[in-house]
Design a binder for this molecule. Structure first.
Ligand code: HEC
Ligand code: HEC
Ligand code: HEC
Ligand code: HEC
Ligand code: HEC
Length: 329
């Protein structure tokens, strides 16, 4: 229904004036910043201290091998994005080979986001349809020291909120490893080998055992010779000077070779962990959605007693999944 009262018009006028002012201000800011950066660039080029750009090196015939490799990669990426943008029908998009192996293994986030921007842009409701306010419904994990900001969606909490970006580097295809969209679960039909035996646990879901469990399993106390729950155990181990009880044992003694995988920011994790054991506990029991723990690889560490392996560790690999190997330095 159209509102005809003066109040409505006044508000609309107010909005118009408001946006005109904002636009003008923005215009000035853009102009100023353009002038400033333009000025700095001009000055440094004039002084001869500006490093030559890849484009300049190419023009002067001094392109390095890295320049041309980077230029080619950028061109390929742009072409692949343009090709995905050109997909017009729903069926073509839904069945696009990028959703399946082998193409999904090398897909970039930018490619997926060409069509699925909504997964990172959608905001949670401020209030549920039944009237429960998001701000009033606090889950226990939201009380961990590391939790910050308003409620956010699942995808945002793993890819774009500050803590996620600080400690992790998850890509779409870390979780979405390609599955058969005809089938919700394997074994439901005998028509294709994939449908009969494939690992596609549930259609739009992921293999929880190889993704979520890594960071949402049970605190593996029994493997540490500890008994009880961490919230009680930490009492006797933490103080203002040493706020992270995990590091009593994990700073120098045990399993010090950890997190050397592409989807974690190992250095940032250790830095954040200096302040609170909630950083470590958050991924090792603090947000436990499963009753089991992940059987982590057991990397040999300096000072490890290699002569005796505990029974629980007998079948453990000694290296991380090669899919997530860090590039050689
Ligand atoms: C060309 C556009 C396009 C691209 C690129 C694309 N998708 Fe999709 N995707 C779709 C469409 C359309 C559907 C069907 C949506 C539906 O049925 O609700 C779909 C379905 C999905 C689903 C299942 C959703 C459901 O409700 O069952 C997932 C998960 C998914 N895509 C993830 C990805 C990932 C990860 C990538 C990158 C590797 C990707 N998509 C790239 C268009 C695209
Ligand atoms: C931490 C693991 C994880 C990562 C990383 C991830 N997803 Fe998902 N995604 C899931 C899970 C689990 C679901 C199922 C959610 C559900 O059933 O509601 C899902 C659902 C989806 C869906 C179906 C629509 C929906 O919201 O339920 C699409 C589309 C999708 N993801 C695309 C992407 C894209 C694109 C990226 C990268 C920008 C991405 N995902 C990164 C785990 C992940
Ligand atoms: C590499 C580690 C990692 C993986 C893999 C991972 N998570 Fe998480 N998850 C986190 C971290 C860290 C947070 C906390 C983010 C924060 O507090 O901002 C989190 C938060 C969550 C939350 C709470 C979100 C909220 O609204 O507060 C849920 C639910 C969740 N994860 C489910 C899953 C599921 C399901 C999967 C598998 C599809 C998964 N996670 C895979 C690390 C991970
Ligand atoms: C009292 C010493 C001690 C404390 C405190 C401690 N750990 Fe451990 N932790 C160990 C030992 C010992 C092992 C096993 C070493 C081995 O592989 O032989 C271990 C192993 C682990 C493993 C690997 C488990 C597996 O199955 O591979 C993880 C993960 C871990 N600790 C995380 C933590 C976190 C997170 C905290 C704090 C919330 C913590 N630990 C506190 C001693 C401790
Ligand atoms: C963002 C989630 C996350 C945080 C934060 C985190 N971990 Fe981990 N941790 C993991 C994952 C995932 C693995 C498995 C990595 C792999 O496969 O190599 C792992 C592996 C380990 C292991 C096994 C090491 C081995 O032998 O490979 C230990 C021990 C461990 N973490 C302890 C800690 C401690 C102590 C902290 C805090 C300083 C911590 N973690 C913080 C996710 C996390």
């Amino acid at each position: 229904m159209q509102r005809k009262d003066g109040d409505g018009k006044g508000r609309r006028r107010g909005l118009l004036i408001g946006s005109a002012t904002t636009a003008a201000l923005l215009g000035i800011m853009i102009l100023v910043s353009w002038k400033v950066t333009g000025g700095i660039e001009a000055a440094s080029t004039g002084l001869g201290i500006a490093p030559a750009t890849a484009a300049e090196r190419t023009k002067s015939g001094k392109a390095t091998a890295k320049d041309s490799a980077e230029a080619k990669a950028a061109k390929d990426e742009a072409a692949s994005l343009a090709a995905l943008k050109a997909v017009k029908t729903y069926d073509h998009a839904k069945w696009h080979p990028i959703h399946f192996k082998p193409m999904i293994d090398s897909a970039t986030d930018a490619q997926c986001l060409t069509c699925h921007k909504e997964v990172l842009e959608t905001k949670v409701r401020a209030q549920s349809p039944a009237g429960v306010k998001a701000a009033d419904a606090v889950a226990w994990y939201q009380t961990l020291d590391t939790y910050s900001g308003d409620q956010a969606t699942f995808h945002q909490r793993h890819m774009s909120t500050p803590f996620a970006k600080q400690v992790m580097n998850l890509k779409c295809n870390f979780c979405h490893q390609g599955n058969d969209p005809r089938e919700e679960a394997s074994g439901s039909s005998a028509t294709t080998t994939a449908a009969a035996t494939g690992p596609h646990d549930l259609r739009k879901q992921n293999s929880t055992a190889s993704t979520c469990l890594l960071c949402h399993g049970k605190f593996p106390a029994e493997n540490m010779g500890l008994e009880g729950k961490w919230p009680e155990l930490r009492e006797g181990m933490e103080s203002a000077e040493a706020p992270n009880g995990c590091l009593t044992c994990h700073a120098e003694q045990f399993r010090t070779v950890r997190h050397q995988v592409s989807y974690l920011n190992a250095g940032a994790i250790e830095a954040a962990a200096k302040e609170s054991s909630d950083t470590c506990f958050g991924c090792h029991g603090g947000r436990q959605w499963y009753r089991i723990s992940y059987p982590y690889p057991r990397h040999p560490w300096p000072g490890m007693d290699a002569s005796s392996t505990p029974d629980w560790a007998k079948d453990r690999p000694a290296v991380s999944d090669p899919r997530f190997a860090l590039p050689a330095k």
